[in-house]
Structure formats: C-alpha cells, structure tokens
Design a protein around this ligand. Structure first.
Ligand code: NAP
Length: 307
C-alpha cells in the first residue's frame, strides 16, 4: 500500500493546481490520472481568457502546470480509480494498478464529452465522428466538416476547424447560441462558417470508408436537409466523471459533486474541485481557484485532524 498525505484524483487544471499548492505545503502528494494530464483543456486548441496568458494552447498550458507541480515535489502517476474506501488509518483510493492510503483526497476528475445519441454515432466514432477538433481536425484539410452544438466548445472549435477545413457547418438546435457573444459574433461573421440553426442531426450515415452524410431535421418549421460531409464534430455538452463514486458523495441531478465554498464534500477528508463539482462557471480560471482552495482546506484539515 502506498501512503500519502493527499491523493488528488485527476490531473486537469484543478488537480494540477491542488498538486502545486499541496507540494508547497509540504504534503506528500500524488496526483492520479487515468489518461493524458490536462483533461478537457489539453484538447482545447486555444485558451484566450486565462488571465495573463495570451492565446495559449491547452496542451502547452498543461505542460507548464505539470512542470511547476513537479518542481514543488508532488508526484504524477497513471492510474484509473474505481473507488474510495475507508481504511484503518485514513481513506483508501482504489486504483487499477495500486491502492493508495490517503489522509485526505481531492476529487478533480473533471468532465467527459456527452454523446449525441443518434443512429450512426457509435458506428462511425473514429471514422468521421469526433469529439476532439485538436486531435482529428487535421484529417479534414480542405474538406467540409460539420460541428454540432451551440455552446462555447462548439463555437471555439469551429473557429479552429475553419483554419483547416474548406467549410464548417455549425448545426444548432435553437436560433440563438448558448456561447458567449464574442464567439457568436466571430462565427456569424466568418466567411468559411455557415450556421444551420433550428435543426438537429437525426442520423449519421456513411459506408465502410466512414461518414458520408448527416440527415438534419428541422425544429419547428423548416425543411429537412442532407449535409454531405466526411466529418462531424460533436460538442453537445459535458458530463462529470463521477460514476466511480457511486452514492458515496452527494451529487446534483446531473451527477456533479456537491461541495461547500471550502470544496468540502459530505465525507470528512474528501474534497472536490474543478468541473466535476456543481458550480455556475466552468473555466480554467475557476478550476484553478477550486484547486487552490481545496489544497488550502486540506492542509487546514490535516493540521487539526490526525487519523
Ligand atoms: P454547453 O455549454 O453545455 O453547450 C452544449 C450545447 O450543445 C448547447 O448549445 C446545447 O443546446 C447543445 N446540445 C445539448 N444536447 C443536444 C442535443 N441532444 N442535440 C443538439 N444539441 C444539443 O457545453 P460546452 O460548450 O461543452 O461548454 C461546457 C462548459 O465549458 C461551459 O461552462 C463553457 O462555458 C465552458 N467552456 C468554456 C470555453 C471558453 O471559455 N473558451 C470553451 C469551451 C467550454 P442548447 O443551447 O439548446 O441547450
């Protein structure tokens, strides 16, 4: 059994910040990540609203946070966590590769993409259906692609794709975008982006080669349309990566973890930070604030609570 003062689950901006702060508090800390550090942010081609950092790629920003965390002594380890249990001397984090004894835990697992749930989606994942423009965008050089969604992710990534594809169609179910106005204005005024509003994707069709067309259905009045594209990027929202916790911690009706302002959950010694918790705004800036608060509160908790 590996023993730590603090186990952080998830190495996105919240988890890495918690690691930086915990390292500076001299807490023996490990940050566990099941995939690539950075979470959703690592797949974002451009972060332009993180104060003091002008137009940085998510991957580069993550790299810098990781390096900073290592300098303060927190470890980063690859492991997929399946449960949190209580042990004799503290809490136990159950990973696929190891078990970790922890005096405190910060859950910073972030979010994953939501699936659209239409026929053809599963069949063509990796063959024209994508959830990551940074990863798959370059396959569509000088080709036409579609993006589904009307939030910040859909619009931000459409702008990125417009630099690669010959044309980007944004399919949105309403006639008004959810995204911030600055992004909405940019896509509306972009000569390579066309918005198909008040339509939804009914099905995705293709052949052994991959996606060939999308069947679009109008919401309300309007005509059905067939859009011939070899690629479709789906950005229809995010869901928290909190299933592994079962009923252990309180969740809201969408599965986000409920905390107080100190990032405390209902279990003593277990904190939550970043996009996986219930909050009004999910941004790098707010995830980082959560990570710092959670590490600070962990330090205070460990000072006054000896297991
Ligand atoms: P989001 O804000 O939840 O937007 C999801 C979009 O998908 C909405 O426009 C929604 O339509 C649409 N949608 C959902 N289900 C659908 C369905 N079944 N069929 C068709 N359309 C569907 O998700 P997000 O854009 O991924 O953003 C998530 C969070 O990350 C937000 O807090 C956002 O601000 C943040 N974020 C920030 C930045 C940035 O600051 N640069 C970049 C990316 C993400 P409706 O609008 O009709 O509900």
């Amino acid at each position: 059994m590996r023993k730590y003062d603090l186990v952080v689950i998830g190495a996105g901006p919240a988890g890495l910040t918690a690691g930086i702060y915990a390292g500076r508090f001299n807490l023996k800390t490990v940050v566990l990540e099941e995939a690539m550090p950075g979470g959703q942010v690592a797949m974002t081609h451009l972060i332009e609203n993180y104060p003091g950092v002008a137009a940085e790629s998510g991957a580069r920003l993550t790299e810098r946070m990781q390096k900073q965390m290592a300098e303060f002594g927190a470890e980063l380890a690859t492991d997929s966590v399946s449960a949190i249990e209580s042990g004799e001397n503290g809490l136990i984090v159950v990973g696929r590769s190891a078990r970790y004894e922890a005096r405190a835990i910060i859950v910073a697992t972030g979010t994953g993409y939501r699936r659209l749930g239409v026929p053809g989606e599963d069949e063509f994942v990796g063959r024209g259906v994508s959830y990551c423009a940074t990863c798959d965008g370059p396959f569509y050089k000088d080709l036409e692609v579609a993006v589904v969604g009307g939030g910040d992710s859909a619009l931000q990534e459409s702008l990125y794709l417009s630099g690669i594809a010959s044309r980007v169609y944004i399919i949105h179910r309403r006639d008004e975008f959810r995204a911030v106005p600055v992004l909405a204005e940019r896509v509306m005024n972009h000569d390579k982006i066309e918005c198909i509003c008040s339509h939804v994707v009914e099905s995705i069709e293709g052949s052994f080669k991959g996606v060939e067309r999308l069947n679009l259905k109008p919401v309300g009045d309007g005509e059905p349309r067939v859009l011939e594209v070899p690629g479709v990027f789906l950005f229809v929202g995010l869901k928290p990566k909190t299933e592994f916790l079962g009923e252990l911690l309180e969740k809201d009706d969408r599965g986000f973890l409920v905390t107080n302002d100190e990032m405390k959950t209902r279990i003593r010694g277990v904190f939550a930070a970043g996009d996986c918790r219930t909050k009004p705004l999910r941004q790098v800036a707010t995830a980082i604030g959560d990570g710092a608060t959670a590490a600070y509160e962990t330090e205070r908790f460990l000072e006054s609570n000896k297991w």
